[in-house]
Design a protein around this ligand. Structure first.
Ligand code: TXA
Ligand code: MG
Length: 358
């Protein structure tokens, strides 16, 4: 915690065509070693000069992130990859050519120019070229790679709006570029190419089905770990408690019919017990829940995973602000973006998944 709060300046920018003066101001701040939050196509990032170990250390302090959890380095274009990655295997080049700029992060061998604290002491580095015009312009203008985790406090839901960044980090960062809501709303997919077999460390905005064009047998088999165990050091991205609202969240799996019915029954019971119940629900479920007295965030039609993905973190925050102490959510299918949505819900639920059957 910094002793002196920092005055956080917010600059509103056009998401499609950010004004040059705002971008130049942000780029200069990055070069001075300051912290700048900015929108990407996935979520807001908390950026600092990736080649400046002192600036990078400030990222960890600002969001109270454990030093063992490495950061993603954002570059302006594929041509900068060799600056931060020591080896670029043909598969990395093929994936980068196909999906950058975009929501794919590749873990590669780290160049010594990237300070060790970026990667939590590992000899690898996670890197991506973001697609959002504001992020692209900032990376290009800064002239240095930008290390940026999501711009939330550690374990809080990722920020998909500028207001979420201020909720968590006001007084802890110098600058925020407010480019409105982020279009994907789920973090990037993280693919480790330093293992004998490519490993999907985090499903995200680029669906696993797209990655399988290049890695046909790619699977996602998460082994979520508790923060207080030794395994947490070895698998920093796999912390079970992550992306959590303050309220207890329960996730209902199984067929829409059975999971929906079980959720409704549990909502009734919890309300009777005096709990303040909220729900993250597909539009189809919203009316029945509201009738009971549940605070509902309707995420969109159940089949519209892009819309649900865009709104899931904002929904968690909204229910926290509304004072819910229990949040009920129904699982989505795991195809496409569903896999990333499912992963975020399981972690927000800290593993409390109730299987209502098929
Ligand atoms: O979409 C995104 O990826 C956003 C935007 C801002 O780019 N960033 C983001 O960063 O979500 P963060 O720090 O919240 O998540 C980074 C993930 C973590 O799970 C971290 O453990 C993993 O990437 N990671 C970073 N560097 C790694 C490395 N060298 N080896 C393995 N995993 C790494
Ligand atoms: Mg994060």
């Amino acid at each position: 915690m910094p002793n002196q709060p920092i005055a956080t300046v917010t600059l509103v920018v056009d998401a499609a065509a950010p004004a040059e003066d705002a971008i130049q101001a942000a780029a200069a701040a990055i070069r001075r070693g300051e912290l700048v939050a900015f929108p990407t196509e996935t979520v807001y990032g908390l950026g600092a000069n990736a080649l400046d170990a002192t600036a990078v250390a400030r990222i960890f302090a600002a969001k109270q992130r454990p030093a063992a959890d490495p950061l993603i380095v954002h570059i302006a274009a594929i041509e900068q990859l060799a600056l931060v990655a020591a080896e670029v295997p043909p598969l990395a080049l093929a994936l980068a050519s196909a999906f950058w700029p975009g929501p794919l992060t590749l873990v590669l061998r780290r160049q010594p120019i990237v300070p060790p604290n970026v990667s939590a002491g590992r000899d690898t580095v996670a890197v991506r070229v973001p697609a959002h015009p504001v992020a692209r312009a900032l990376c290009a203008a800064a002239g240095v790679p930008i290390a940026a985790p999501s711009a939330n406090m550690f374990t809080r839901p990722s920020p998909t709006e500028a207001g979420h960044v201020l909720e968590d980090l006001s007084g802890r960062i110098e600058l925020l570029l407010d480019g409105g809501a982020t279009p994907i709303g789920l973090e990037s997919s993280v693919l480790d190419l330093t293992q004998p077999q490519p490993q999907l460390l985090r499903p995200g905005g680029l669906p696993i089905e797209a990655l399988r064009q290049f890695v046909p047998d790619l699977e996602f088999n998460p082994r979520y770990v508790d923060a207080h165990t030794p395994e947490a050091q070895a698998a920093p991205g796999m912390l079970l408690k992550h992306y959590s609202p303050r309220a207890e969240l329960r996730l209902y799996a199984g067929s829409a019919e059975r999971a929906g019915a079980r959720l409704l029954a549990d909502a009734r019971q919890a309300l009777a017990a005096g709990r303040r119940v909220g729900a993250l629900a597909p539009d189809e479920d919203a009316a029945a829940l509201r009738e009971l007295g549940v605070q509902v965030v309707a995420l969109g039609p159940g089949a519209d995973l892009a819309r649900i993905g865009r709104r899931i973190f904002a929904g968690m925050r909204a229910l926290d602000r509304a004072g819910a102490d229990l949040i009920l959510a129904r699982g989505v299918g795991r195809a496409g973006l569903g896999l990333a949505i499912w992963d975020r819900l399981v972690r927000a639920a800290e593993g409390r998944v109730i299987d209502a059957g098929d």
